[in-house]
Design a protein around this ligand. Structure first.
Ligand code: ATP
Ligand code: NI
Length: 291
C-alpha cells in the first residue's frame, strides 16, 4: 500500500478489457481494447492519463468504477487502499470515497432533479455544500430543480463536477472534465482538483490534452493503444524531452506548440509524415518506403 514514502490510493495492475460479440453462425469473437495496463494513484497527487481519442481511456475509468457493459471481460487486479476492489467494496465506495466525473453527461439520472443528485444519498445535510458548489461553478440555484434534459451540456458538466466536489471523496476519477466549459470555470475546476490533492487526496485525470496535463498533474501516464507506455513526473517533460523513456512520449511532447511543433522523423527515410508503429517499448516507422 505504500510505495517509497507515498501511500497508494488506487493500484491497477495488468488490467485487460475485451469485448465479446457474436458474428455469423454464432461465432464468438473478442476484441481486446485494454491490455496489461498498470497505473497507480498516490494520495496527494493528480495523476493524468493522457491518450488520443478512442485509445481506451474512458474504459479504464469504467473498469475502475465497475460500470463496463455486460459483454466486457476484464483481467488483472485492482485495489483501493490496499484492498481488492471487488463488487461489494466498489458499492461501498462509489459516490462516497470514490467520486466519478464521467465524460458523458448521459450518466446523470434522467428522472431525478439535479440538486438531489448532487446531494446524493447524504440528502439534506449536504444542501449547504451543494449550494456553495453551485455558486462556485456559477450554476443558478434554481438549476437544482431542473431535470438533466433541461440543462445545457456545459451546465450538466458543472453539475457533475459539483457532485464530485461536495462528496467526502478521497479519490476523484475525472474523465475529460473540462471540454465545453468556459475558461474561468475550467480553471476553477482544475484549481479545485489541485486543492483536493493538496489535502492528501488523489485525482485521476483523464484527458487527451497533454498541455492541460502538464499544467495541473504531478505525474503523467502516457496511454497508447490500450496500455500505459510510460509514467513520468511532470518535470521530465522539459527541455527536448530527453528525460522521457519512450519515443512516443518524446514525440508527443516535442509536437507541442511551445516546442515548435516538431514532428517525429524516420531515421531511415528522413520523412516526418511517416506512419508509426508504436509498441510498448519502441516506435518504428511503418511508412513502407524502405522495405
Ligand atoms: N461496448 C463496447 N463494445 C465494443 N467496443 C467498445 C465498447 N465501448 C468502447 N469500445 C471501444 O473501445 C475503444 C476505446 O473506447 P474509449 O471510450 O475508452 O476511448 P477514449 O480513449 O475514452 O476516447 P475519447 O478520448 O474519444 O473519449 C474504442 O475503440 C471503442 O470503439
Ligand atoms: Ni473517453
Amino acid at each position: 500500500m505504500v510505495a517509497g514514502q507515498k501511500t497508494v490510493l488506487l493500484d491497477v495492475q495488468g488490467l485487460s478489457v475485451s469485448f465479446e460479440s457474436y458474428h455469423a453462425f454464432l461465432e464468438k469473437r473478442a476484441s481486446q481494447v485494454i491490455s496489461d495496463l498498470s497505473v497507480q494513484v498516490y494520495a496527494g497527487e493528480i495523476l493524468a492519463v493522457v491518450g488520443s481519442s478512442g485509445s481506451g481511456k474512458s474504459l479504464l475509468a469504467h473498469a475502475i468504477m465497475g460500470i463496463l457493459p455486460d459483454n466486457a471481460r476484464t483481467g488483472g487486479s485492482m485495489a483501493y487502499k490496499g484492498k481488492e476492489l471487488n463488487r461489494e467494496y466498489r458499492e461501498a465506495l462509489r459516490g462516497k470515497e470514490i467520486a466519478f466525473i464521467p465524460q458523458s453527461v448521459a450518466y446523470l439520472d434522467p428522472l431525478m432533479r439535479v440538486g438531489g443528485q448532487v446531494r446524493g444519498i447524504v440528502g439534506e445535510k449536504l444542501r449547504d455544500a451543494q449550494e456553495k458548489a453551485f455558486a462556485k461553478y456559477r450554476l443558478d440555484l434554481q438549476a437544482a430543480n431542473l431535470y438533466p434534459f433541461q440543462l445545457s451540456g456545459g451546465m450538466a458538466r458543472r453539475v457533475l463536477i459539483s457532485t464530485a466536489v461536495v462528496t467526502d471523496a478521497e479519490l476523484i476519477i475525472a474523465d475529460e472534465p473540462t471540454p465545453g466549459l468556459d475558461l474561468a470555470i475550467a480553471v476553477q475546476a482544475l484549481q479545485d482538483f489541485r486543492e483536493f490533492a493538496d489535502q492528501g487526496k488523489g485525482v485521476l485525470l483523464i484527458t487527451h490534452d497533454i498541455d492541460l496535463a502538464l499544467h495541473v498533474a504531478d505525474r503523467i501516464s502516457i496511454f497508447h493503444s490500450g496500455t500505459v507506455i510510460e509514467t513520468a513526473q511532470r518535470e521530465e517533460f522539459s527541455g527536448d524531452g530527453e528525460g522521457l523513456k519512450h519515443p512516443y512520449s518524446r514525440a508527443l511532447f516535442r509536437a507541442l506548440p511551445q516546442n515548435g511543433f516538431q514532428l517525429p522523423y524516420c531515421p531511415k527515410c528522413g520523412a516526418s509524415c511517416a506512419v508509426w508503429e508504436i509498441s510498448r517499448t519502441e516506435m518504428r516507422c511503418a511508412c513502407g518506403s524502405h522495405d
